[in-house]
Design a protein around this ligand. Structure first.
Ligand code: NAD
Ligand code: UDP
Ligand code: UDP
Length: 323
C-alpha cells in the first residue's frame, strides 16, 4: 500500500478542461496518478471534467497560465491554448500571450521543480508547407503577420523557449507536434472541420466546404493521440522532440464531407464558400520518428473514429445551449 502511494506521480495538465486535456487526464488517472488541472475555461468546459470531481486524485484550479502558478508536481503537460481557428482568432493578442507567457510560466515552474515538461505544439508550425509529408526537420512556411499568425508564431516561439530552457537550464523537455485530431468532447461550435461537418450533417444543413475542398488534412483519433503523448512523456530524458504525432492517412476536405454524410446517412448537400486566408493546402505528418523512437502508430481508422464522434455529437442535438 505504502509502495503504491510512493510511486504515484502528481501531474499538472494545463488546458485540462479542453478536448485533448480532458482525455489526457482520464488516461493519467486510469494509470493511477494524481492530476491537477489548471484551466481558465476560455474554450474548455466543466462538462468535460464533470465526471472527475468525485475522484480524490483529481483537483481543478481555475487559472490563466499567463500568470505565475505555484504548485508542487512531478510532471507538467502544457496544453493550455485555444486550438480552433475561430477560437484563437477571437482574441489573437490573448492567444499569443497564452502561448508565450504561458510557456514562460510553465517552464519557470518546471525549472523550480526540476521536473519534466511536455509542450503541445502543432503542425501549424509548418504553416502552408512546401515539403510533403512534413518531417520534423522542415522549418516551415509561416506568414508572421496574417490572421493565423497569433497561433502559429505563438506556438513557434513556445518551441524556441522550450529548447532555450533545455540548453540554458538543462530542463527535461518534450515537444510534440500534434496534427489534426478529432473525437468526442470536441466543442460542437468550435468551427473545426470535423465538428462543423458532423453538426451540419446531423441537423440536415448544408456542409460548408471552404474553397474547392481539394485541400488535404490527416485526421488522428483522440485515443491514439493521447497514447502518443503519454509515450513521449515517458520516453527517456535525451528524447526532447520535436516529434510529429498524427495519422498519416490523408483525405481531401471534400472526401471527409462525403464520408461524414454517408456515416450520418444525411441528405445534406455541399456548399462551397471562400477559402480563409493562409489556409494550408495540404498536411500530412511523417511519423517515422514516432514509430522508431516511441514505437507508436495510430490504430483507429477514420470511419470507426467518426462513428464514435457522431454518437457524441448526437447528444447535443436537442439542446440550445450546446454546453
Ligand atoms: P481546446 O480549446 O479544447 O482546449 C484548450 C484548453 O486550454 C481549454 O480548456 C481552454 O479553456 C484552455 N485555455 C486556453 N487559454 C488558457 C489560458 N490562458 N490559461 C489556462 N487555460 C487556457 O483545444 P484542444 O484541441 O484540446 O487543444 C489542446 C492543445 O493541443 C492546444 O495547445 C492546441 O494548440 C494543441 N493542438 C491541438 C490540435 C487538435 O487537433 N486538437 C492540433 C494541434 C495542436
Ligand atoms: N514561475 C511560476 N511558478 C514557479 C516558478 C516560476 O509561475 O514555481 C514563473 C515566474 O512568473 C517567472 C517565470 O515562471 O516569471 C519564469 O521563471 P524563470 O525562473 O525562468 O525566470 P525569472 O523568475 O528569473 O523571471
Ligand atoms: N474547413 C471547411 N469547412 C468548415 C471548416 C473547415 O472546409 O466548415 C476546412 C478549412 O478551410 C481547412 C480544413 O477544413 O482547410 C481544416 O480546418 P480546421 O479548422 O479543422 O483545422 P486547420 O485548418 O487548423 O487544420
Amino acid at each position: 500500500m505504502t509502495k503504491l502511494y510512493e510511486s504515484r506521480k502528481r501531474i499538472l495538465v494545463t488546458g485540462g478542461a479542453g478536448f485533448l486535456g480532458s482525455h489526457l487526464i482520464d488516461r493519467l488517472l486510469r494509470d493511477g496518478n494524481e492530476v491537477v488541472c489548471a484551466d481558465n475555461l476560455f474554450t474548455g468546459s466543466k462538462r468535460n471534467i464533470d465526471h472527475l470531481h468525485t475522484n480524490p486524485r483529481f483537483e481543478f484550479l481555475r487559472h490563466d497560465v499567463c500568470f505565475p502558478l505555484y504548485v508542487e508536481v512531478d510532471e507538467i503537460y502544457n496544453l493550455a491554448c485555444p486550438a480552433s481557428p475561430i477560437h484563437y482568432q477571437h482574441d489573437p493578442v490573448q492567444t499569443t500571450k497564452t502561448s508565450v507567457h504561458g510557456a514562460i510560466n510553465m517552464l519557470g515552474l518546471a525549472k523550480r521543480l526540476r521536473c519534466k515538461i511536455l509542450q503541445a505544439s502543432t503542425s501549424e508550425v509548418y504553416g502552408d508547407p512546401f515539403i510533403h509529408p512534413q518531417t520534423e526537420e522542415y522549418w516551415g512556411n509561416v506568414n508572421p503577420i496574417g490572421p493565423r499568425s497569433c497561433y502559429d508564431e505563438g506556438k513557434r516561439c513556445a518551441e524556441t523557449l522550450f529548447f532555450d530552457y533545455h540548453r540554458q537550464h538543462n530542463l527535461k523537455i518534450k515537444v510534440m507536434r500534434i496534427f489534426n485530431t478529432y473525437g468526442p468532447r470536441m466543442h460542437p461550435n468550435d468551427g473545426r472541420v470535423v465538428s462543423n461537418f458532423i453538426m451540419q450533417a446531423l441537423r440536415g444543413e448544408h456542409l460548408t466546404i471552404y474553397g474547392k475542398g481539394d485541400q488535404t488534412r490527416s485526421f488522428c483519433y483522440v485515443d491514439d493521440l493521447i497514447d502518443g503523448m503519454v509515450r513521449l512523456m515517458d520516453s527517456s530524458d535525451e528524447i526532447t522532440g520535436p516529434i510529429n504525432i498524427g495519422n498519416p492517412v490523408e483525405f481531401t476536405i471534400k472526401e471527409l464531407a462525403e464520408e461524414i454524410t454517408a456515416r450520418v446517412r444525411s441528405k445534406s448537400s455541399l456548399v462551397f464558400l471562400p477559402l480563409p486566408l493562409d489556409d494550408p493546402k495540404q498536411r500530412q505528418p511523417d511519423i517515422s520518428r514516432a514509430q522508431a523512437i516511441l514505437n507508436w502508430s495510430p490504430k483507429m481508422q477514420l470511419r470507426e473514429g467518426l462513428e464514435h464522434t457522431i454518437r457524441y455529437f448526437e447528444t447535443f442535438l436537442d439542446r440550445d445551449d450546446d454546453r
